[in-house]
Design a protein around this ligand. Structure first.
Ligand code: C5P
Length: 294
């Protein structure tokens, strides 16, 4: 028995970060958007657990564990079961790129396991399992455009009638999310307890106006990410010079994403950045959360 589930990459249109809580996590007020870069995960019942990963040539697979610590197997283990499972991941989401690639795999595995064994768990149960696996995993289940609070795990869908064009430039070497948060703490020891709210961003989304959305994009992890990787600042400048309405670091980075005004605008930015970067991707958002592929 086998089933395939697709889950999307995320970007943060707004990422407000507050001072670290006692548990070490940072309070967030964020607006996620799922974009059309996907991992497809096939789950098959098997005698023993195993993981295999393949995918786009630009993906660096070396850092993806293929033992029980893989987040997809940890997701499957949320519901004890007599069967072992083979997890096959076809990866297009950059690894350690700030685009929730691991979270997408976890969300896909939760849905796949539920459907494969016809468990019929409700959304609330899956969302609680997702939150145990990571702050971004609930959003990977939900998809679309959504506000995230708490440590990012409390998600609430937002109406988004826009069809937004993005160009994404992954880096050859990933950044560790905890490292970027630690650097945020060093740079901003007096960060407010309450993270910045996405008021202007929500208004911009409702208009469907790319120029207005561009002005409202905001990421409190951008400064620490650029401080750790100064070349990201230059990349954002190059993308904007090539015609992007706005460039920003995706989540904790190092992938940078560029909002464009149209498909033609995205093609121009892609052409402009391709001279200096081996991998330049285009995507649209919002797209659906984790779902079974027919
Ligand atoms: O929840 P997740 O496993 O994705 O978080 C990875 C790491 O990122 C955490 O261990 C923590 O260091 C950092 N983090 C944080 N505040 C958040 C989310 C993540 O400090 N809201």
């Amino acid at each position: 028995m086998s089933i395939t589930v697709r889950a999307a990459a995320k970007i943060n249109l707004h990422l407000g970060v507050g001072r670290a809580r006692e548990d070490g996590f940072h309070p967030l007020d964020t607006v996620y958007q799922a974009i059309s870069l996907y991992d497809d995960l096939t789950l098959t019942t098997a005698g023993a657990d195993s993981v295999s990963v393949l995918g786009s040539p630009y993906i660096d697979f070396r850092d993806i564990p293929v033992d029980a610590t893989n987040i997809a197997l940890r997701a499957v283990a949320q519901v004890p079961c007599d069967d072992g499972h083979l997890v096959q991941i076809n990866k297009q989401i950059p690894v350690a790129g700030g685009m929730a690639g691991g979270s997408a795999d976890a969300a896909a595995a939760l849905v796949a396991h539920d459907r494969l064994h016809e468990l019929g768990q409700g959304d609330d149960v899956l969302l609680a399992q997702a939150a145990r696996l990571g702050s971004d995993v609930p959003f990977s289940l939900v998809g679309g455009t959504a506000r995230g609070r708490g440590r990012g795990e409390l998600v609430e869908p937002i109406e988004d009638h826009g069809m937004w064009w993005w160009v994404a430039v992954p880096a050859a070497v990933g950044l560790s999310t905890p490292d970027v948060y630690r650097h945020f703490d060093r740079l901003f020891p007096d960060a407010p307890e309450r993270p910045a709210e996405p008021t202007e961003l929500l208004a911009a989304l409702a208009t469907g106006e790319p120029v207005r959305l561009a002005r409202a994009l905001h990421n409190d992890l951008q400064e620490p990410a650029i401080d750790l990787r100064p070349e990201l600042g230059a990349l954002i400048e190059r993308g904007e010079a090539a015609g992007a309405l706005r460039g920003l670091v995706s989540g904790s980075g190092p992938t940078c994403v560029f909002l464009c005004d149209s498909v033609d605008g995205a093609m121009e930015v892609l052409a402009g950045l391709s001279a200096d970067h081996d991998v330049v991707l285009t995507a649209t958002g919002p797209v659906a959360g984790a779902h079974v592929l027919a």
